[in-house]
Design a protein around this ligand. Structure first.
Ligand code: MG
Length: 367
């Protein structure tokens, strides 16, 4: 089997409500997603997607993905898409670095591999585990009352696990964290996600003032070095998200005892081929994993839920469905929010396919 053609669409995805994070310094109203279809000479077609959360959240931007695919396409056309490591190596040789823009092609190759095997994708990523995948909400920055209003909306959709975005001034954040902690109901959980807004001194002050809350604090500072400085002075369980960009980063996090939880965003680390290796290292190290992505439709979310579904408890922590935040979702099938839980589709492949009519005219085709 050989890759015969790659077709690329740009999809505008407005958010239902404006979204702020990192204490309000980053603001978002719509996402720009790139969807790819990889055709093979044997008639099996695979789908992939890459959708950064805007251009300010990470060193990644939507037009970069489409430019990157222009560089990568000649290197992968003619290769067997089921040989995912061979395809990945060809992409790394054609364009070193830039992991996020390799994820859509990599995802489509996994979709093809699973379809060719007649298996749901999770069965190629370690195998379907028992039980459903817990979902977490994503609560944008705001005043304590605004945060609670968003948590109440999430509760109405079944969410019992919340990722609340904090990260403004330290005194106000201490107040936010204490207030939200006091509002959690039995069985409900909240993580405080700082999205790298604090300096180490601020993080140390805020965390030592809320040490009694026993909540996970996510990505308090910008870099791994700053994170490790905080680690030496606080007792809370910590999560690393934005700073985990490669398998090498993961090995360093383990070696330094940096965290108890990782946010494993599949697109950011370069796709499923890399993400499953990071997942495996986390399992060995006893680190819990939020398997998720940076944005996108139910196509991207479904691919991610397959990796989560193949990650056993108690290492699997929670997953996020970006498309719950969108006004549009041009995808047939795939995962749904079942009262705060999701299950990986059972049909061969990812089990989610775009409605091509809804995608509009492709922006590029390589063959
Ligand atoms: Mg996060």
């Amino acid at each position: 089997m050989k890759i015969a053609a790659i077709t690329v669409w740009s999809v505008d995805l407005p958010l239902k409500r404006p979204y702020s994070l990192s204490g309000g310094r980053l603001h978002f109203e719509r996402l720009d997603s790139t969807i790819v279809r990889v055709d093979t000479d044997e008639g099996i077609t695979g789908w992939g997607e890459g959708c950064p959360w805007g251009s300010t959240y990470l060193p990644a931007y939507a037009r970069g993905i489409r430019s990157g695919i222009e560089e990568l396409a000649p290197a992968v056309i003619g290769l067997d898409p089921r040989r995912t490591e061979v395809v990945y190596r060809a992409m790394d040789v054609a364009l070193p670095g830039h992991p996020y823009l390799k994820s859509p092609i990599d995802m489509a190759c996994w979709d093809i591999s699973a379809k060719a095997a007649g298996l749901p994708l999770c069965d190629l990523l370690g195998g379907r585990t028992e039980g459903r995948v817990r979902l977490h909400s994503s609560i944008p920055s705001g005043t304590p009352a605004e945060l609670m209003a968003e948590i109440d909306l999430a509760r109405e959709e079944g969410y019992r696990f919340h990722s609340a975005k904090v990260g403004a001034d330290v005194e106000a954040d201490i107040e936010r964290m204490r207030f939200l902690d006091s509002q959690m109901e039995p069985g409900e959980e909240v993580t405080f996600d700082v999205n790298r807004a604090w300096l180490p001194a601020e993080a140390i002050a805020a965390l030592n003032a809320t040490r009694d809350l026993h909540r996970v604090i996510e990505q308090p500072c910008e870099t791994i070095e700053q994170h490790l400085q905080v680690r030496r002075h606080v007792g809370q369980p910590l999560a690393v998200d934005e700073s985990l960009q490669s398998l090498g980063d993961m090995l360093r996090l383990v070696e330094t005892g940096a965290c108890e939880v990782i946010g494993l965003k599949v697109g950011r680390v370069g796709g499923l081929t890399v993400a499953r290796k990071i997942r495996d290292v986390a399992l060995q190290a006893g680190i819990r994993v939020n398997v998720e992505d940076t944005g996108g439709t139910a196509l991207q979310a479904s691919a991610v839920v397959h990796l989560a579904q193949a990650t056993p408890e108690p290492f699997r922590r929670a997953t996020w469905l970006c498309f719950d935040h969108l006004t549009e979702n041009p995808i047939d099938g795939g995962v749904t929010n079942d009262n705060g839980w999701a299950t990986a589709p059972t049909e061969p492949g990812i089990g989610a396919e775009p409605d091509e009519a809804a995608l509009g005219t492709p922006v590029a085709r390589y063959q």
